[in-house]
Design a protein around this ligand. Structure first.
Ligand SMILES: NC(=O)c1ccc[n+]([C@@H]2O[C@H](COP(=O)([O-])OP(=O)(O)OC[C@H]3O[C@@H](n4cnc5c(N)ncnc54)[C@H](O)[C@@H]3O)[C@@H](O)[C@H]2O)c1
Length: 354
């Protein structure tokens, strides 16, 4: 049984809690938050797109409340510290938790820039415990299935990949930290980073990046379109932003044109993946299996559920071992690639990736 201490009981903290509650091998034993109601499990305040049936008061029997990370880290009962603090606090909190000998799961992004990530990596290398950044798209069923189709060349070689993540401005965060680019990194680091990380996970480091961005409500880069050059007959374009109008519905999408077929998944069109060939369109389920007529749709977990289940199982197996799906080194590279995009936007030049 992994005993979890969570810090940052806002939108993502509550989302993580709901997932731990359904796992047989994890138990959340403590909440920490600067807000006394939030750390006491009094969650009547509506935030983000939390389910309407969310309990206004969490059962706190056998659960502790801490006002700070330092207090929680002194608790010997806690094995795993789950960090869902605002982004500008991630690096410092991860370093402290690793130094305290805890296993760590931290929300994305790993840090605000590559320099912060380097400090975190240094602390991780010295630690005897596990650390993973919750880059949930690496675990999101449709993205996992599409990665498998591409890497196995099921439909031939990949020729173009377009990733999109488009939203309206999230205005729910505590003290509105998301709308302060110095704290959140703007849409580039908060939203678009998911697709930077997926492209890195799927294809690795490009040779060069060209990106164009516009500012928005956070005063940072809030809409960006980037072209990643792999030096071969392949186009990779990644678009993300949160400048859309209020009536806009969140959208994420993948369009991968391979030699023999185009793979398309658009969230607003449902769970199934479309595979389009010269002969027609075939439907694949969220897990990448070709659908047969009359087949009942299986429930599709979110990437958040999958990543937490995976990580808890890993901690329970008591291995430090090399992380294969979401290593700290790889997530740090994603932030270096985000830095390269920022450099390209601000300079107007193509940036060579070292
Ligand atoms: N993976 C995803 O899809 C996804 C989605 C949303 C948010 N996130 C990430 O999760 C993180 C948290 O975002 P959120 O939307 O939950 O924000 P939020 O504002 O809803 O929650 C942050 C919580 O941290 C608490 N807090 C702030 N400073 C603190 C401090 N010094 N000590 C203790 N508590 C403190 C606040 O009181 C609040 O309860 C961000 O890094 C964000 O990028 C990830």
């Amino acid at each position: 049984m992994v005993k979890v201490g969570q810090i940052g009981m806002g939108f993502m903290g509550r989302t993580h809690f709901g997932i731990y509650e359904k796992l047989p091998n994890a138990r959340v034993v403590a909440f920490a938050d600067q807000d006394s109601k939030r750390r006491a499990g009094a969650w009547a305040d509506p935030i983000g797109n939390m389910p309407a049936d969310w309990p206004a008061q969490v059962d706190m029997t056998d659960r502790k409340s801490y006002a700070s990370l330092d207090e929680m880290l002194a608790d010997p009962e806690i094995d795993l510290v789950d960090i869902t603090l605002p982004t500008y606090l991630h690096a410092e909190a991860v370093i402290k938790a690793l130094k305290a000998g805890k296993h760590v799961l931290s929300e994305k992004p790993m840090g605000l820039n590559a320099a912060e990530c380097k400090k975190v990596l240094d602390a991780y290398k010295k630690a005897k415990t596990n650390y993973m950044v919750a880059q949930c798209i690496r675990f999101w069923p449709q993205y996992v299935a599409i990665k498998d189709m591409i890497t196995t060349k099921k439909f031939g070689k990949l020729r173009s990949l377009a990733l999109k993540r488009l939203a309206n401005p999230p205005m729910y965060s505590s003290g509105n930290w998301l709308m302060d680019a110095k704290k959140s990194g703007g849409a580039l680091l908060d939203l678009h980073v998911h697709d930077i990380d997926y492209a890195n996970f799927l294809l690795g480091k490009p040779k060069a990046i060209y990106a164009k961005g516009t500012t928005g409500p956070s005063k940072g880069i809030d809409h960006i379109e980037a072209l990643w050059d792999y030096g071969q007959n392949l186009i990779v374009s990644i678009e993300g932003g949160w400048c859309f109008q209020n009536a806009w519905s969140f959208e994420m999408a993948v369009l991968a044109r391979c030699d023999k077929a185009t793979i398309k998944w658009v969230m607003s069109e449902g769970n199934d993946i479309k595979v389009i060939t010269d002969d027609g369109v075939k439907m694949y389920d969220a897990f990448g299996k070709e659908k047969v007529a009359g087949q009942q749709a299986a429930p599709v977990p979110t990437g958040w559920q999958e990543e937490i289940k995976y990580y808890v199982n890993k901690i329970n197996s008591r291995k430090k071992g090399k992380e294969k799906i979401c290593s700290p080194e790889s997530t740090a590279l994603s932030i270096a690639l985000a830095d390269a995009e920022v450099k390209s936007v601000t300079s107007g030049k193509i940036v060579t990736v070292k």
